[in-house]
Write a protein that binds this ligand. Structure first.
Ligand code: ATP
Ligand code: MG
Length: 248
C-alpha cells in the first residue's frame, strides 16, 4: 500500500433509507494530511456520509477505500478499520463515572493493550495539547461543554487515528466555548492530521481547510478551495448557501 495513495477514496457510493435515497453516487477522495469541510443544508446527507466512512452505516453500492482497504469487504475486521478513525460528534459521549484521564486511557488500554502507565502518560500529553492538563482527575460533569469536547478529541487522538471525522463538533456549545474547540482542531490540521469536518463554522472553513465539499440532496454539487468557494462558487446552489450562511 503506497504512501502516495489517497487515504480515503469514495467511488459511486449510494445509500438509501427505505425509498429515501440519501447519498446519490458520491465520488470523493481525501489525500493524506488534507483537511476538508463538508458543508450543505440540513438533511443533505453529511452525517450519513461520515457514518458510511466509519462503517456505522452500510452502503448500497459503490466502494469506500480507507488506506487501501475496502470498508465494505472488511467483514469481521471492520472494528480494526474503525479503530484507525476517530469520530467526534456534537454530543461528547464521555463516561460520566470515569475521570477525564480514565476516559482517554480506556481505549488504548482495553482495545490496544497498551500498559496503563504508558497510556496515562500519553493521555496527559494529549490533555496538554488540548489545553486542559489540570483536568486529568476531574469528572466530565465538572467540565464546561468546550472542555468536555476537548476531552472527546483527546480520547480519539489517544487511539492514534489516521483520520479524524468531526460531525458538527461545536453545534452544542455556547458561543464562548466554540473558539477553544476550533483552535484545537486548527492545530490538529496544521500538524498534518487528515480530517473531514462537518461544520457550519465558515470562519474555520475559510481559515483552516484545504477544500470545501458542498453537498445538497445527497449529491456533491461542488468542491473548491475555501476562497474560491466563498467568493466565486460555480453553482447557484452553492452561492445561495454561502449567502444564507454568511448573512443570516
Ligand atoms: N437511520 C436513519 N433512518 C432513516 N432515515 C435516515 C437515517 N439517518 C438519516 N436519515 C435521513 O437521511 C437524510 C440525510 O440525513 P443526514 O443526517 O445525513 O443529514 P445531514 O446533512 O447530516 O443533516 P443535518 O445538517 O441536519 O445534520 C435525511 O433525510 C434523514 O432523515
Ligand atoms: Mg448531520
Amino acid at each position: 500500500m503506497g504512501e502516495n495513495q489517497h487515504l480515503v477514496e469514495i467511488v459511486g457510493v449510494r445509500k438509501s433509507f427505505g425509498a429515501n435515497e440519501v447519498l446519490k453516487d458520491i465520488d470523493l477522495t481525501i489525500g493524506r494530511g488534507e483537511a476538508i469541510v463538508i458543508a450543505g443544508p440540513s438533511g443533505s446527507g453529511k452525517s450519513t456520509l461520515l457514518r458510511c466512512i466509519n462503517a456505522l452505516e452500510t452502503i448500497d453500492s459503490g466502494d469506500i477505500q480507507f488506506d487501501g482497504r475496502s470498508i465494505s469487504d472488511a467483514g469481521k475486521e471492520v472494528h480494526k478499520l474503525r479503530a484507525e478513525m476517530g469520530m467526534v460528534f456534537q454530543q461528547f459521549n464521555l463516561f460520566p463515572h470515569k475521570t477525564v484521564l480514565q476516559n482517554i486511557t480506556i481505549g488504548p488500554t482495553e482495545v490496544k493493550g497498551i500498559p496503563k502507565n504508558e497510556a496515562d502518560q500519553r493521555a496527559r500529553e494529549l490533555l496538554e495539547r488540548v489545553g486542559i492538563p489540570e483536568k486529568a482527575d476531574s469528572f466530565p460533569a465538572d467540565l464546561s461543554g468546550g472542555q468536555q469536547q476537548r476531552v472527546a478529541i483527546a480520547r480519539s487522538l489517544a487511539m492514534d487515528p489516521k483520520l479524524m471525522l468531526f460531525d458538527e463538533p461545536t453545534s452544542a456549545l455556547d458561543p464562548e466555548m466554540i473558539r477553544e474547540v476550533l483552535d484545537v482542531m486548527r492545530d490538529l490540521a496544521r500538524d498534518g492530521m487528515t480530517m473531514m469536518v462537518v461544520t457550519h463554522e465558515m470562519g474555520f472553513a475559510r481559515e483552516v481547510c484545504d477544500r470545501i465539499v458542498f453537498i445538497d440532496e445527497g449529491a456533491i454539487i461542488e468542491e473548491a478551495p475555501p476562497q474560491e468557494f466563498f467568493e466565486n462558487a460555480k453553482s447557484e446552489r452553492a452561492r445561495d448557501f454561502v449567502d444564507k450562511i454568511l448573512h443570516h
